[in-house]
Design a protein around this ligand. Structure first.
Ligand code: ADP
Length: 193
């Protein structure tokens, strides 16, 4: 199985690249942001609670997203592999993911991190806000808050996988196809081991 974490700050291009990776490697896409937005759309209690935090640019509690991932892993026991997008976002989520995968005799194969500087992120997200309809992309203060949450809570997740020898940084500025080619190289070097 190929279990890949696509890592990077909001606006790094994870959504764009994950679509291409899924098509090529036949993986199941697990995006906690998408799962949370579905809950909001469905008007569930979980969605209502998550929305209050998401609207402030804050992370939702670890237990909530870990529970969602747990369910999805159970739903797809026969998958060829998973791509985790926007998860794990805290070290606690990373530890929980490792434990969940271990119950299936699985582990993370590689973490691919898209590297983009903060000023580029801000302009990309403001641009996306014009068309995405996502309320959290339409306000500069909120975007800065999300980038701040990323820098304080999520960056340590990279160190966690670096210590396991699984961290591969990739330049996230440039042509989409060039970035994808670099990602392919990183994945292929893991799968050919
Ligand atoms: P982006 O990374 O572009 O901000 P996402 O769709 O990944 O977009 O996430 C949107 C929001 O959903 C986050 O700002 C956060 O509030 C919440 N969220 C998504 N994934 C997680 C997670 N793993 N842990 C906590 N909160 C999350």
């Amino acid at each position: 199985m190929l279990n890949l974490i696509l890592f990077g700050p909001p606006g790094a291009g994870k959504g764009t690249q994950s679509e291409k990776i899924i098509a090529r490697y036949n993986l199941i896409h697990l995006s906690t942001g998408d799962l949370l937005r579905s809950e909001i759309q469905a008007g569930s209690e979980l969605g209502l609670r998550a929305k209050t935090l998401m609207d402030q640019g804050l992370l939702v509690p670890d237990e909530v997203v870990i529970g969602m991932i747990d369910h999805k892993l159970r739903d797809h026991r026969d998958a060829a592999g998973f791509i985790f997008d926007g998860f794990p976002r805290t070290v606690k989520q990373s530890e929980a993911l490792d434990e969940l995968l271990a119950t299936y005799d699985q582990s993370i194969s590689v973490m691919i991190a898209l590297v983009v500087d903060d000023s580029e992120l801000l302009s990309r997200l403001l641009n996306r806000g014009k068309t995405s309809g996502r309320p959290d992309d339409q306000n500069e203060e909120l975007i800065s808050k999300r980038i701040h949450e990323y820098n304080s809570k999520t960056k340590p997740v990279a160190d966690y996988y670096q210590q396991q020898g699984k961290f591969v940084p990739i330049e996230g500025i440039g042509e989409i196809e060039t970035i994808f080619a670099e990602i392919n190289k990183a994945i292929d070097s893991v799968t050919s081991k």
